[in-house]
Design a protein around this ligand. Structure first.
Ligand code: FAD
Length: 639
């Protein structure tokens, strides 16, 4: 590293602008934390690797202010996960189990899964970075060296012109993927390494195939037999590439497949396992694809009452976008932070693909790290401050590791079904699931998929720096519902997501207070209880930014409330369904407008962290003050 190169200064340097680095930069920018993102590639990676994003991930996109793009430009609700048994190639076969991710019962206000195009997510996140004054994305910039002293971390990079540049920051976050420079070249020699997190799913190689389809028409394909049966081009496409995601639990060769992106994109993912003794690259070659995948798009003529033996989707209407092997495992780093350097996203952990948890986990890492970086960069850059942020970051990855275990559990559950190849176990599984689905409530329990365990709640681990008060009901992921101004009736423009009003742009407090009201008459009394929290929290909470929610879906007509106060009522699924917020997604089913207050029991207040976790649930002014003082201990590393 040449000492003659001038050094630029920022607060946070992010290495890598995949989904994780981009999310982190947006959130830092929204907290007004100066940050520079160095990204090796000059363009967004056009390979749609990730296609499934869970509802937490959708909520993170909403936090970034790009919700209106989610169901219009990024993707569509993933629908059902159909688990199909048997050694056949029939995508229309009856599944032995269905998980219904159309519903809104996970607690975020969103459907369970989005099937998307990863490049579209990355494009919109980068556009958002460009809007934020504190965030600076530098494309074509390759990180080549990292060094640290007590106060700063120094990064050397080669910019898009091939010039060597230097930048120093208070912290560096390596969001540079699973083989990234930050871990491999800088942290591994310091003892940080990936370790296997479960023995259950060993390393496996799969082939992932992405296809884009065009529609055959009577003009382009006059011989195609389904025109005679009254099929339109769209009906042909729907018959061969049906909606819903399928886990093909075929004991001869496990596979998963389904649409991704917008309906108009007509994109299709097919992934299949590479068996022992097979070579991944050979299995991704065209001749193997025709042997393994084409049978799924070749239907018996009898399906359509045709005398021909087979009807195949016209192969010249299929464009192959990707056909490549990839090896997966479940691994996580022993530590995700050392001194001033942290790891985030795939750089810190990798997942098997069955649970759609890769991108969402990177998003959750970023959401729970951004506000901690905001706190850490507010303290002075001296070695004396080191123990504080070490604890803060240890708390970050201790919490995240707990959630990873849960994400992994749902991934393993899906993976177990799809890779099961012991005939006896398959027999038991099919009968067990058949019996379970005879009882409607048990069937619904199964249909909930990974949402049946409720929202994540962190378990307190003493001395780890975790950022919540366990004795005050902290540590749970706070639900999101829909709301409206307390006076609003029949006004679809008034319906909002609760996160958007609690954490509305322009609020100064890093943490936010939510108050629950039995009646609007309680507002003045609860406002009094908030007095003193600004000082006690050293400005991390602001009493005048508190959001009040009536525990009711009815509008409040007697307007006795001061207009400067944010008082909302809860909104119903019907009200939400009538708004543009519901465009492109299923109407909310199994939605519970009271879920927010249920998560904190009978408490009057909840203090929320920016990553939507409850710091503390409180009753009365004394408890509020105690919790407000505790927030300041976070920054000092003494909670
Ligand atoms: C076939 C396949 C299917 C998948 N399916 C899913 C799925 O359905 N759902 C899901 O959630 N996930 C899925 N994943 C995983 C998902 O793609 C990753 O989890 C996700 O991309 C991780 O994001 P990231 O930002 O942490 O890392 P990455 O996306 O790897 O981004 C890292 C970035 O760092 C940059 N970089 C690297 N080195 C440097 C350097 N020295 N200097 C500057 N920049 C650098 C890279 O250019 C890159 O842009 C799949 C992956 C594959 C391969």
């Amino acid at each position: 590293m040449s000492p003659s190169i001038p050094i630029e200064t920022t607060d946070v340097i992010v290495c890598g602008c995949g989904p994780t680095g981009a999310m982190l930069s947006v959130l830092l920018g929204q907290h007004a934390v100066p940050n520079i993102v160095l990204e090796r590639d000059k363009e967004v990676n056009t390979d749609p690797r990730g296609i499934a994003l869970d509802e937490d991930g959708i909520r993170c996109l909403q936090t970034c202010g790009i919700y209106e793009k989610v169901f219009t430009e990024i993707g569509q609700c993933m629908g059902n996960f159909r688990f199909v048994g048997g050694e056949h190639n029939n995508l229309a076969a009856k599944p032995f189990m269905v998980m219904n991710y159309n519903t809104t019962e996970g607690g975020t206000g969103h459907p369970g899964f989005l099937c998307h195009k990863q490049p579209a997510i990355e494009k919109h996140l980068r556009a958002r970075i460009d809007e934020l004054a504190s965030s600076d994305l530098r494309l074509g910039s390759i990180v080549t060296a990292i060094i640290e002293d007590e106060d700063w971390v120094y990064v050397t990079y080669k910019d898009s012109e091939g010039q060597e540049k230097r930048v120093r920051g208070r912290f560096l976050v390596g969001a540079d993927g699973k083989t990234g420079f930050t871990r491999k070249r800088y942290l591994e020699p310091k003892g940080i390494h990936m370790e296997r997190v479960t023995q259950i799913l060993y390393e496996e190689t799969w082939v992932a195939l992405n296809w884009r389809m065009s529609l055959p028409t009577p003009e382009t394909h006059p011989e195609f037999p389904l025109w005679a049966k009254g099929y339109t081009p769209q009906m042909v496409y729907d018959a061969f590439f049906p909606i819903d995601f399928r886990f093909l639990c075929n004991s001869k060769r496990a596979a998963v497949c389904g649409r991704f992106g917008l309906p108009s994109d007509r994109l299709w993912r097919f992934e299949f396992v590479v068996l022992p003794g097979e070579d991944g690259s050979n299995m991704a070659a065209p001749e193997k694809i025709s042997e393994i995948v084409y049978p799924y798009i070749t239907h018996p003529g009898s399906t359509y009452q045709l005398p021909t033996e087979h009807v195949q989707y016209p192969l010249d209407c299929i464009q192959v976008l990707r056909s490549r092997p990839f090896t997966f495992s479940a691994r996580s780093c022993n530590m995700w932070a050392n001194e001033r350097v942290l790891l985030c996203g795939d750089a810190a952990h990798v997942f098997p693909p069955f649970g759609g948890q890769g991108i969402a986990s990177g998003f959750r890492d970023a959401a729970s790290l951004a506000w901690r970086l905001s706190l850490a960069t507010q303290s002075t850059p001296t070695a004396a401050a080191t123990p504080c942020y070490q604890k803060l970051f240890e708390g970050w990855y201790s919490e995240r590791k707990q959630q990873l275990d849960r994400s992994l559990a749902s991934t393993i559950e899906n993976g177990r079904y799809v890779t099961q190849n012991n005939p006896f176990s398959i027999f038991i599984r099919d009968w067990y699931l058949w019996a379970l689905q005879c009882v409607p409530s048990w069937k619904h329990w199964l249909e909930q998929g990974n949402r049946r365990d409720g929202m994540v709640r962190y378990q307190w681990q003493r001395g780890k720096g975790m950022a919540f008060l366990p004795h005050m009901g902290g540590g749970g992921n706070f639900a999101q519902v829909y709301c409206a101004d307390h006076r609003a009736t029949n006004d679809s423009n008034a319906i909002k997501f609760t996160d958007d009003v609690i954490f509305s742009y322009g609020k100064q407090g890093l943490f936010q207070v939510v108050a629950f009201l039995g009646s609007a008459d309680d507002v003045p009394r609860l406002q009094t209880m908030l007095s003193g929290i600004d000082e006690a929290s050293e400005g991390l909470l602001r009493a005048n930014e508190a959001t009040f929610f009536l525990r009711s879906t009815s509008a409040y007509s007697e307007d006795t409330i001061e207009h400067s106060t944010s008082v909302y009522r809860l909104a119903t699924s019907e009200e939400f369904g009538a708004t543009t917020l519901c465009n492109g997604r299923p109407k909310p089913e199994f939605y519970d407008p009271y879920r927010m207050s249920k998560e904190v029991g009978s408490k009057q207040f909840a203090i929320l962290r920016p990553d939507r976790f409850v710091f503390a649930a409180c009753d009365g002014g004394d408890e509020l003050l105690e919790a407000a003082r505790a927030i300041t201990s976070l920054a000092a590393g003494t909670l």
